[in-house]
Design a binder for this molecule. Sequence first.
Ligand code: KG4
Ligand code: ZN
Length: 352
Amino acid sequence: MRVLGIETSCDETAAAVVDGDGTILSNEILSQIDDHRPYGGIVPEVAARAHLQMVDGIVDRAMQSAGLGFEELDGVAATGGPGLIGGVIVGVMTAKAIAAVHGLPFLAVNHLEGHALTAGLTDGIDFPYLLLLVSGGHCQLLAVRGVGDYKRLGTTIDDALGEAFDKTAKMLGLGYPGGPAVERAARAGDPARFKLPRPMKGRAGCGFSFSGLKTSVRQTVEGLPPGELDERDIADLCAGFQAAAGDVLIDRCDHAIAAFRAQHPGPVTLVIAGGVAANSYLRGRLGFLTRADDVTLVAPPMSLCTDNAAMIAWAGLQHLRRGQCDPLDFAPRPRWPLDPEAPRAVGAGVKA
Ligand code: KG4
Ligand code: ZN
């Protein structure tokens, strides 16, 4: 079985073809970073237009590098949400058109499910596993019990971790995208110079909160002599921010491992996914969780942690295998929680 996947929910236009045996036949990705940089963040309208301009070319490239014609596919998958709705509409319409013209099944994939199932593609791991999903829009711990079967153990009550990285970068003048810039600057920094909070650390449950950490970075910057934020200050603040994020993640994952074990006794596999999972420092810190012999950490290659279409094709394949596909009148969803039963986090804005 071969499925074409299309991802357009944020600021990457991507298309990929994946085989049912887990071979990635092609994986094309076009970043819109240069389009958004002048604005210091993603502008939804700019993103939607750029997707519209680029999506056909990216799909062609993915088909060409896979060496396949549309008639050799078994299905077409696109991110159906959650995400910036203009972009999602572009991907969904493109996939529906290809499906209609070539008589193929259409699959609307939950973007978060794409991230959640990536470890099956890259590492072939079995269900159930524990997932830490940390991206620009989401910060959640989930028990992944099977395809389409997710139990949320905790989420953020305010900012996602990637959002906190991006806002910290902006405050320090590091530009957009923020995560990789903070990681780079932190390498030369002293994490102990500034005392930053560890929100939620030690609290019961698996919830997150990052707005206090972000505010504390801002107050620290404001407390420095005006106009004197030098490279050392920036490096130390980035290192301090990352160290705080690392402490929080370890504490929250420890709680989640205990909660997961209560339902699924035995060894635990913890998978990290989402754009923030591309951070080498945090990957290293999370390795600490494997101090217990029966906890294994699985971190997909960085290129498959950040947004990509191979994960969408792979998630689509899992549904197709189960005889599931979606009607051509599927309506794109700006909000689409992985665990619809989970209550909305107290204090949460529009997090899925
Ligand atoms: O999963 P993703 O590509 O898109 C969403 O679905 O949100 O995640 C993007 C987020 C951004 O906030 C970006 O700053 C963050 O992931 N990110 C990182 C790193 N690379 C990307 N955060 C920290 N360190 C990184 N190296
Ligand atoms: Zn994502």
